[in-house]
Design a protein around this ligand. Structure first.
Ligand code: NAD
Length: 496
């Protein structure tokens, strides 16, 4: 490969105005294994200091009118538009997703900025009928405090933006602990944000604090009582460790954890459409989306035809440098991920799976795998963050829905059918148990307008669109008595 990640990094740092230099945390590109930069790990004391600055900034920021806070986010969105190309390339360089997805991730940041700007004029509560004469009852939404954001490697910038843009218009400040696998994307975003904030006179220092590092830095953030909300995206294992630490101090968590997403393909499905949806959802981002398609549940009548088509398509998927146009599958994040995929395939084989593909082909590159499974158990009910598509058969819709719901995770799901009854059953209370349920499209690739998140071991959090903003604010119920009496609720008498 003539490509040099070091040379590409140097060009991008120049365009993004960052100089990652000395530090103990190195970042390597999965494209060619090159070391592309270093940053300094934050110690627990550094995290505490960052929270202190964010806490001080909050005292000021919470009193800036929300539409003015929105104006800052609007300007940030403009800066992202100006930096879309180099930032998108850096996402590709550091986490290995194909360039259109790297650029798409920055577009998602821009979209959430636009959403947050509108929202900054719509942070509203209810006025509620009261049982007491000459009284008024209402609810008010107030800023919450410094919000901790812990993010995963696979969406190194967009998921932070979902959280930060909403938190900022809600009047919160942000302390960001990005993945230790993508520290340079975070450094670039923080630099773009700082450039905007410094020009905005109502923006205090400490509005966005970046703390680099791994688990230890995340734990320091989780344990800090000055952080009322920790929004954490990553594996279920991480959420299981983090949530009790925050709960023990009565902090709140917003958890976006692992998925094990399925698609049901019914006999009436438009199979040409389904094929494309399956391929993008299963091998896009090299199977490293939380919403990647991992389980395909196919009706007996169309099984041989559809699975035959997938077996013909899979070997032709172009794998390689994610910067090259035409590449559909880039590298996995690191060699540990390659090893985890091989271990999962060995287990699948041991469970009676018939495997096609899946071989490592050097560096962090692998061939996507198809694994026809006799049953849904063992490795199939776990999330392996790699392009493995487990395939199962069904005969009745009830059986298919039971399989779809029969895993511990509950993020995303879909059905391909042209039968209205089947589609509506799938979307009903007796259908998919996931936070996202789609008809005639795959489970991956959500838009920012809807609330994003899932049930069960996915953690229950909702981010991004709809009314997810409420998680970043605290609700106060207010009652005002504008009369000359003091009537008590529930008719209680208390005459002195
Ligand atoms: P990971 O769990 O290894 O790390 C995620 C983040 O948590 C990192 O910043 C890491 O440093 C930090 N961390 C790890 N252990 C911690 C601890 N005990 N305390 C505090 N912080 C800790 O996940 P990853 O490999 O970066 O990302 C892949 C995982 O993320 C997959 O499981 C994927 O499904 C999930 N994910 C979920 C969503 C979603 O919205 N549901 C989105 C993206 C990724």
């Amino acid at each position: 490969m003539s490509f040099s990640s070091e040379a590409e990094a140097a060009r991008l740092f120049d365009r993004l105005g960052i100089t990652p230099g000395a530090g103990d945390l190195g970042s390597t590109s999965p494209i060619d294994g090159g070391l592309i930069g270093k940053v300094a790990t934050a110690s627990p004391a550094d995290v505490a200091a960052a929270v202190g600055r964010a806490q001080a900034a909050f005292q000021h920021w919470r009193m800036v009118p929300a539409p003015r806070r929105g104006e800052l986010v609007r300007r940030f969105g403009e800066a992202l538009r100006a930096h879309k190309e180099p930032l998108g390339r850096l996402v590709t360089l550091e986490c290995g997703k194909i360039l259109s997805e790297g650029l798409g991730e920055v577009q998602e940041m821009i979209d959430i900025c636009d959403f947050a700007v509108g929202l900054s004029r719509q942070l509203h509560g209810l006025t509620i009928a009261t049982e007491r004469r000459d009284h008024r009852m209402m609810e008010t939404w107030h800023p919450l405090g410094p919000v901790g954001v812990i993010s995963a490697f696979n969406f190194p910038v967009a998921v932070w933006a979902w959280n930060a843009c909403l938190a900022l218009v809600c009047g919160d400040t942000v302390v960001w602990k990005p993945s230790e696998k993508t520290p340079l994307c975070a450094a670039a975003v923080a630099a773009i944000f700082a450039g905007v904030a410094i020009e905005f006179e109502e923006a205090p220092e400490g509005l966005l604090e970046l703390v680099q590092g791994g688990r230890e830095a995340g734990e320091a953030l989780a344990d800090d009582p000055r952080v009322p909300l920790v929004s954490a995206t990553g594996s279920t294992r991480m959420g299981r460790a983090l949530a009790p630490r925050v709960a023990v101090r009565f902090g709140r968590t917003l958890l976006e954890l692992g998925g094990n997403n399925a698609m049901i393909v019914a006999p009436s499905a438009d199979l040409a459409l389904a094929e494309r949806a399956i391929a993008f959802a299963a091998v896009g981002t090299a199977g490293q989306r939380c919403t990647s398609l991992r389980r395909l549940i196919v009706h007996d009548d169309i099984y041989d035809h559809l699975v035959g088509r997938l077996k013909a398509i899979w070997p032709g998927l172009s794998i390689g440098n994610p910067f090259e146009s035409g590449t559909l599958v880039g590298p996995l994040i690191d060699e540990d991920a390659v090893a985890a995929m091989q271990a999962a395939l060995a287990r699948a084989k041991g469970q009676g799976g018939a495997i096609q593909g899946g071989e490592p082909i050097g560096g962090c590159y692998v061939r996507p795998a198809l694994a026809e499974m006799p049953a849904q158990s063992g490795v199939v009910i776990e999330e392996t963050f790699a392009p493995i598509l487990y395939i199962l058969r069904y005969r009745t819709l009830d059986e298919a829905i039971a399989l779809q719901n029969g895993v511990p995770q509950g993020l995303s799901s879909s059905i391909f059918t042209t039968d209205l009854r089947e589609a509506e059953t799938f979307l009903s209370a007796a259908g998919s148990d996931c936070g996202i349920a789609n008809v005639n499209l795959g489970p991956s690739g959500a838009e920012i307008g809807g609330a994003f998140g899932g049930e069960k071991e996915t953690g229950g959090g909702r981010e991004s669109g709809s009314d997810s903003w409420r998680a970043y604010m605290r609700r106060a119920t207010n009652v005002v008595n504008y009369g000359r009496d003091l009537p008590l609720a529930q008719g209680v008498d208390f005459d002195l």
